[in-house]
Write a protein that binds this ligand. Structure first.
Ligand code: SAH
Ligand code: SF4
Ligand code: F3S
Length: 482
């Protein structure tokens, strides 16, 4: 666990240490000297703004960047009008990239008026060689570019980039390294993501994640437990265990351990009330995990179980290693063990070669399972993935039509599922004061549904019993139960 290290006690004129994390503390101390000089010259602290694109994994990485920025003396800015702007990028679908290119155009104009400002780009998109080439050629005003594998080196890279005029680019192809004990600045006081593994070995044929996040690496259970104990001591009540395929956690450790076993150990940590995890690959979901979920008081009644497609033929082409029947029987097993569970999913429409019949198989699974919620995506061709070079890419208008039909059904079913919960009294973890109506607070059920109910700021981070009075499709209005 990160202990507040006194950076002032580090000799920044000595040689940098070789070992991590000491080396990074040394560079944090160096950057802090630079920040002090900035303060002295400008009469104020410098500000930094981090924008996260993509998944919870990236959100957690951004908290690590924020932790380092705070240690070196930056204040957080609320938008891009800052001395230092960092985009932590995503490349899972084409539109994720487009957002970044669009915002870089805007940043260019801002930097022209504020030439002292620094810009850093990191995250998954930077792991693509074409992206880095394009930045070097067309966006030379960027100061620093790094990737997903060397994010722990942020302080060192920043120190190096301060010492040079040109753009500094440092991208690693892969790593087997996991650096522990660096500072983290959490977005929420009461809940936190916790990485349990990095990377992915599954190579689903449409997906770029294994190429940009590298091979699967699990953190040691002792390190995870120590981090969670520290979080609990710091007021965290809900944790979300993060990995691209949490069900294969621990398989490659020197002393292998299953995900279910890890969950059991985490449950014993005092102060942690709720445990969530993301994402579960259906091919690796074990009976042991289903049983652990059924018995647990702390594991949330929510399982995100990506389907991707309901057609066994397409699932095979996607390299998912399960078919329609296996998926449905898994759902049946889970529902039996955990009757009140909320199931959510991811679905891709328009994978190469998808016919109307294949699509109807997906619709059929959606009907049979009855998801509480589903994220639906239009297939996006990712350079370098096997699916990108498959024949029979589905025409755009056909995909759009299927997507609309799917979304309509998904939403209608979700509304029916939510409506069934109306009238019940359920524990809600209060997350924030409602933005639109300050007399309300907003929180989540164990099943991950959102609830708004009359309350005050003091309730944030507390678990309150709430009667669900009115269902609004995918969220509720409620009242604290007497
Ligand atoms: N590891 C997780 C998913 C990570 S990506 C898992 O296996 O479930 C999140 C979701 O993005 C995926 O579940 C998939 O539905 C979607 N996705 C990934 N690549 C995509 C692509 N090329 N086009 C459209 N959607 C994609
Ligand atoms: Fe992508 Fe498949 Fe890995 Fe998920 S399991 S990140 S969809 S390759
Ligand atoms: Fe995007 Fe990288 Fe996550 S590609 S979805 S941010 S792992």
């Amino acid at each position: 666990m990160y202990n507040e290290i006194d950076l002032d006690r580090i000799d920044i004129n000595a040689k940098p240490p070789i070992e991590e994390p000491d080396r990074q503390y040394y560079y944090m101390a160096k950057c802090r000297e630079w920040v002090r000089k900035f303060e002295w010259e400008n009469g104020r602290k410098p500000t930094a703004f981090t924008q996260t694109f993509g998944c919870q994994m990236n959100a957690r990485d951004s908290e690590k960047l924020a932790g380092i920025l705070k240690s070196i003396g930056y204040c957080q800015a609320k938008d891009e009008e800052a001395d230092f702007v960092i985009y932590n990028t995503c490349t899972v679908r084409e539109n994720a990239n487009n957002k970044v290119w669009g915002r870089l155009g805007y940043l260019n104009a801002y930097k022209k008026r504020h030439p002292h400002m620094k810009i850093a780009l990191c995250g998954c998109m930077m792991q693509e060689a074409e992206v880095v080439e394009k930045i070097k050629k067309s966006y030379p005003f960027v100061d620093l570019v790094f990737g997903t594998h060397n994010i722990y080196k942020f302080a060192e890279l920043f120190a190096d980039s301060l010492a040079q005029e040109r753009i500094l680019v440092d991208i690693w192809k892969d790593t087997d390294k996991i650096v522990e004990e660096l500072p983290v600045e959490r977005k929420y006081g009461f809940k936190s993501g916790v990485n349990i593994m990095f990377g992915c070995n599954n190579f689903c044929s449409y997906c770029i994640v294994p190429y940009v996040r590298g091979r699967e690496r699990s953190r040691k259970p002792e390190d995870i437990i120590a981090e969670i104990k520290g979080l609990a001591a710091d007021g965290v009540v809900e944790i979300m265990l993060l990995g691209q395929n949490v069900n294969s956690y621990g398989k490659n450790l020197k002393e292998p351990i299953t995900f279910a076993e890890l969950l059991k150990r985490i449950q014993d940590i005092e102060g942690i009330e709720r445990i969530r995890f993301m994402t579960s690959h259906p091919k690796d979901l074990s009976g042991e995990l289903v049983e652990a979920m059924g018995k647990s008081k702390k594991i949330c009644r929510h399982l995100h179980l990506p389907l991707q497609s309901g057609s066994s033929r397409i699932l095979k082409a996607m390299n998912r290693h399960y078919d329609k029947e296996q998926y449905l029987s898994l759902v049946e097993k889970i529902r039996k063990a955990v009757p009140d569970i909320a199931l959510t999913t991811d679905i891709i429409v328009g994978f190469p070669g998808e016919t109307e019949e294949d699509f109807l198989e997906t619709m059929d699974v959606v009907e049979q399972v009855g998801y509480e919620s589903a994220f639906t995506f239009i297939y996006s061709k990712r350079t370098g993935t096997p699916a990108a070079s498959m024949e029979d890419q589905v025409p755009e208008d056909v995909v759009k039509d299927r997507f609309d039909r799917l979304l309509k059904r998904v939403q209608a079913i979700a509304a029916i599922k939510a409506e069934k919960r109306t009238g019940s009294i359920e524990p809600v973890l209060v997350e924030e004061v409602n933005e639109q109506d300050k007399t309300l607070v907003t929180g989540r059920l164990s099943s991950n549904f959102v609830v708004h109910f009359p309350g005050t700021e003091e309730m944030i981070g507390k678990i309150v019993n709430v009667e669900l009075k009115e269902c609004k499709g995918f969220y509720f209005y409620g009242e604290a139960a007497k």
